[in-house]
Each structure stands twice: as C-alpha cells, then as structure tokens.
Design a protein around this ligand. Structure first.
Ligand code: GAL
Ligand code: CA
Length: 319
C-alpha cells in the first residue's frame, strides 16, 4: 500500500514537526504488519506546485492521500483528479470550506477547533493578568495589547484572535488594542512586525497575543534585539506547543501556550488512512458530520509543561 503526503510548507515549524509525527505513525503501522510505503512532497507555498505533486503521487500509485493544502479555498483541481482515480483524500491542518468537502464522499478532514484554541489562550491570558498586578505596567486599569496574526484567510488566524480577545473581555479584563500585524506564522516576519509596533508604541505594550508560538517567539526576539529590560517586557502568549514553544514556556519566556495535538492528529490520520486502504475498521472511527475529526487543544503553562516534554521524549524513544 502506498500513502502520499503533501504539505504546504516544510519550513513551517509546526507543520514540519507534525509531518515527522505522521511519518512515525505510518512506520508504527508497518511494525504492526501493514506493508506501507510513504511518499512526501513539499509544495513550498505554491498551490500550482501542489496540484502537480498530487497528480504525480496518484500517478505513482498512491492508495490514499494526506493533503495539507496551500490554499485552503482552492482544492478543486486536487479533488477532481483524486475522484477521477478514486483515491480518497484526508485533508489536514488547513481546513477546506465545507462545500468543497461535500463534493465527494471520500474526502475527510482531520484537525482541531480554532475557536477552542483562542478561548484557551484568552483564559490563560486572563488568568495571568488577574494573578499579577505587574502586567498592567502603567496602572491605568487597562491592558494595552497587540496581536500577531497568522496567514490571512487561514481558519486558525481570524478565529483564534477573535475568540482570545472575546474571552479576555468576558473574563472582565479591560483591553486597549494598540496594533495588529500579520506575520504568516513566521518567526522572522513576527520579529519585523513587532519592531514596527514597538517603534510606534514604545514601552506601552503590556500583552502580546500571537496566533502561534513561532510568532510569539519572534515578538520576543524583537525585544531582545532592542535590549529591553526584563521588567519592561510585555507578557507573551502563543499556541502550538512546538519544541521551541514548550522550551520557552518552561523557562518563562512565554507565559503560556495551547497545545496543538500533532500526535493525536497524526494518529487519527494514520488510522483513517489504514481503514480506507484495507477496507477494515472505518465504522470504528467516530466522525463529526461523517467526515471531520477534531482533536482537542490543551492549555500549557509552566505547571504542566513537563508533561508535554515527556510526550516528546517518549515519541523520540519510539523511533
Ligand atoms: C496552525 C498552526 C500554525 C501553522 C499553521 C499552518 O494550526 O498553529 O503554527 O503551522 O497551522 O497551516
Ligand atoms: Ca495598562
């Protein structure tokens, strides 16, 4: 049996870790006795390239495809081709719109609920603000904040921001938004954006909400570059729980993060792929609306971060 994995960009920190995990899950299936070959393709952010890669993978005889779309609004070429050759697709992480997923009954999606991650980030930030008088540097009773957003049009950008901010408000935190910048999940871009925002607002920024860990770390990089003293730093919140993110939570550079369960998502994808290829066990899988599987997010602070570190270590031992 052959599995094709196509992903939008290898240099995305979370995606590269997720792909490693997914590979590990298929290797695990092999150890359990399934004969599986995995082929992987990086689209380097071009949907045209990915369309061709998918055709190539199907041409090479893949029985099922796992696709992390470049443009989540533009899967039609891929869907048409897969349908023509009757190859099921499990989309992951970048969620196609519902109408596209409805086009054929062999299309699935595995991911996580963006709203949940935003709510958790908001709750974590609210908790920190309520626990420490120092976050409100200028003591005006309001928290001056900025947001670093992921790609425009990505389900995890707009929704995470909205639900984090709404949750903070619901928790009774008075907020003042100073600025907002798109940094496309990318650490270097976030550093640049943050430099601009610091330039505009000097030492007024008290809270940085980032749609992922890499951008929270990029924001931190900006402050480090400017040599801002510890006591003048805002607090930083991320999402993902990547290796570097967890490390930063453990040593207190990030206040908290929200774990994007790449292990759970990878296991669900592999199990579904195996069921689709063998024709066995599909009825054991629980779907939402017949084709969706969402894995829950988890809050991570310095109190429980070691649990997630351990998880990483165990995964590594398995390999
Ligand atoms: C998000 C993740 C980001 C980025 C993005 C790519 O779920 O939080 O860090 O990897 O997916 O689609
Ligand atoms: Ca304030």
């Amino acid at each position: 049996m052959q599995v094709g994995i196509a992903y939008y960009n290898q240099s995305d920190t979370f995606i590269s870790q997720m792909i490693e995990c997914l590979k590990g899950e298929f290797e695990e299936l092999e150890r359990e006795g399934l004969e599986i070959t995995v082929m992987m393709r990086d689209a380097a952010e071009s949907q045209r390239v990915q369309d061709d890669q998918v055709k190539e993978l199907i041409g090479a005889g893949c029985d099922v495809l796992c696709v992390n779309l470049v443009d989540r609004a533009d899967p039609s070429e891929i869907i048409d081709f897969a349908r023509e050759y009757n190859v099921p697709i499990i989309f992951f992480n970048r969620e196609p719109v519902a109408e596209d997923l409805m086009q054929w009954d062999k299309l699935y999606y595995v991911g996580a609920d963006a709203k949940q991650s935003g709510i958790m980030q908001g709750e974590l930030a609210a908790g920190a603000i309520q626990a420490s008088r120092h976050i409100d540097h200028n003591k005006d009773g309001k928290i001056q904040y900025v947001v670093l957003e992921g790609e425009a049009g990505h389900q995890d950008s707009i929704i995470r921001t909205e639900s984090a901010v709404n949750t903070l408000k619901e928790k009774g935190i008075h907020l003042e938004k100073l600025s907002c910048g798109i940094a496309n999940w990318n650490r270097a871009q976030a550093q640049n954006r943050m430099m601009q925002m610091i330039g505009q607002h000097q030492n007024q920024i008290e809270l940085v909400l980032a749609n992922n860990d890499d951008m929270a770390l990029g924001a931190l990089d900006a402050y480090k570059k400017l040599n801002v003293t510890e006591s003048a730093l805002p607090v930083f919140f991320g999402i993902d729980g990547t290796d570097v993110g967890l490390e930063a939570v453990a040593d207190g550079r990030l206040s908290a993060t929200v774990y994007n369960d790449k292990e759970g998502q990878s296991a669900a994808i592999a199990r579904l792929a195996a069921a689709l290829m063998t024709g066995k066990g599909i009825h054991m899988i629980q779907f939402e609306n017949k084709k969706y599987i969402y894995l829950p997010y988890k809050k991570v602070t310095d109190v429980n971060v070691h649990v997630y570190y351990k998880k990483e270590e165990e995964e590594q031992k398995k390999e």
